[in-house]
Design a protein around this ligand. Structure first.
Ligand code: NAP
Length: 281
């Protein structure tokens, strides 16, 4: 029997409607959630991402500010803008769109954002909060993956989860979130000699690599849950993930499609973190 699709669009809509209700309640009490999005430079993909984020804010009743700067903005000027947004009571979340121009140190910029407004969850302190199990902002993509797994109704306790990829923004926080949910976690990466050896023993597989067909049907145990974070292009230029969807859906119990799986959840979890930031004020 083919796998059940985990529908990221439907789950996003449900969560965004809950976020809108929370935002309306806050606004009624005089605190409309506010997100500031900063874009430096003209990167076309980044332009689309920030537009989508700002539009999503409007859809759930948030106040949002989009600040666009030329690529030659100095690091000092960017840090000064962040300091002023840190002090702005109408702003509860600050997001600086990556990548930044080469002359700006992204680590310095991320660390300049107040932890209480770090809704991307990228700062060292936010990472430490996740590591130690303290409440804090979880990076949006892995946070969204957890919601997708939760939506299957499968309890992760005692399950073996394999994360393919160890980036600071996806793979590592994903592994920590799975660990927090009591899964036994294996992290694989480019130096893992036999990826299939690990994935074939997994109840849950999260692929976050950025390479088509990294996970094929012969690497999946029947009944596994498969979450595909990858965003790649196939030979026809069509968006596809890291998973050979056609083959793996015949083996897995649940699978996310690309597009329509993890993608929509990432912005939804950014909205979730922002409403939470506003509630904590
Ligand atoms: P990244 O920083 O490039 O990390 C990729 C990871 O994959 C690295 O840890 C790398 O290992 C590992 N890897 C590379 N080749 C491998 C192989 N053959 N076998 C096993 N592991 C391998 O990428 P990222 O930012 O984590 O993103 C991963 C993918 O998710 C990309 O396609 C990205 O576009 C997509 N993404 C999607 C969303 C969304 O909202 N849908 C959000 C974020 C990212 P090493 O560490 O050893 O190099």
């Amino acid at each position: 029997m083919p796998a059940q699709l985990i529908d990221g669009i439907a789950l996003s809509q449900k969560l965004r409607s809950e976020i809108a209700t929370r935002a309306a309640a806050l606004t009624a009490k005089g605190t409309q959630p506010g997100l500031a999005v900063i874009l430096v430079g003209e990167d076309p993909a980044s332009q689309v991402y920030v537009r989508n984020k700002v539009k999503a804010c409007g859809d759930v009743g948030f106040h949002s500010v989009l600040e666009k700067y030329e690529a030659d903005l100095s690091e000092a000027d960017l840090l000064a803008r962040i300091a002023s947004l840190n002090a702005d009571p109408a702003i509860h979340g600050i997001l600086v769109q990556m990548p930044l121009p080469k002359h700006i140190n992204p680590h310095k910029v991320i660390e300049a954002i107040a932890t209480t407004k770090d809704v991307d969850g990228y700062s060292v302190l936010s990472a430490g909060e996740l590591m130690t199990g303290l409440p804090g902002f979880r990076p949006c993509t892995p946070y969204g993956c957890m919601k997708l797994i939760e939506s299957t109704g499968v309890d992760l306790r005692g399950k073996h989860a394999v994360v393919i990829g160890r980036s600071n923004t996806v793979g590592k926080p994903m592994a920590l979130l799975l660990l927090q949910a009591n899964a036994t976690v294996t992290i694989c990466h480019s130096a893992t000699p036999d990826l299939g050896h690990h994935t074939r023993n997994a109840d849950v597989i999260v692929a976050a690599v950025g390479r088509r067909n990294t996970l094929t049907a012969d690497m999946v145990r029947p009944g596994a849950i498969v979450i595909d974070v990858g965003m790649n292009r196939d030979d026809n230029g069509k968006l596809c993930g890291d998973v050979d969807f056609a083959g793996v859906q015949e083996i897995a119990s649940h699978i996310t499609p690309v597009p329509g799986g993890v993608g929509p959840m990432t912005i939804t979890m950014l909205l979730m973190n922002t409403v939470e930031a506003a509630e904590r004020v």
